[in-house]
Ligand binder design. Sequence first.
Ligand SMILES: [Mn+2]
Length: 269
Amino acid sequence: MFKTSMAISPTPTPFAPLLFAGDWRRGLATAIELEFDGVEVSIRDPHDQVVEDLKGAIQSSGLVVSTVATGQSYYSDGLSPTSFDPNIQSKLLDRMKAIIDFAAPWKAPVIIGGVRGKLEGNPIEQKAQISRVLESIRMYTEYAEASSVSLAIEPINRYETNFINTISEALEIINQVGSENLGIISDTFHMNIEEVSLAESLRMAGPWLKGVHFVDNNRKAAGQGHIDFHELTAVLSEISYQGFIIAEILPLPDSRTAAKQAIAFFRSL
Ligand SMILES: [Mn+2]
């Protein structure tokens, strides 16, 4: 049986696959009530008091932080390591360090998903953006090493970014960065759009796999669409996956119902 987690956010977000966004007390209470093992926390500004409050509450809850998501810095504040602006780079580095500190007590992997932004301009400019991203990831991983935290690149589908859509593209980046504490978070919603075979690409992620967003093709709870999760859990067993299966799902029809659907399905696997 895999450890289970659901993704919450202490801050309200625009349309996003997060439960109880802006109401972490209800999110955490629901995760405890439904007996999830952990929560994924999506953090915008780690210096917000609400993040400190949430950290304390999780520590006294008996739950753990499975993973930490960082996309809000880009989606809400436009901070991305592709930027040529040193002020943006240093503001983001400061945030990533504080997010790594947040993750440290649980050694929870910190996700490099939406935060990496998008490549823009001509091929020469895009090459420079990729170099800046590689350099930034190196800095994040170096900082995270001291607290045994990993960073994890999440491939995201082409309609949301033009940079790292597949597991094999993420593996290429990992190879170029060359840090021991850099891996992959795979997300079955994105994989369903991008990968030739979900099972094969999950197998390929194998030893680098730090987390799995188990979410259906319609971004609802696993089991509410047509992805074959039984096939995928067989692969996870085969690769001796020790991490969490995480419900990073749309709050449909509402957060509580979606969380209940997710945990019921996870238990059926
Ligand atoms: Mn995801």
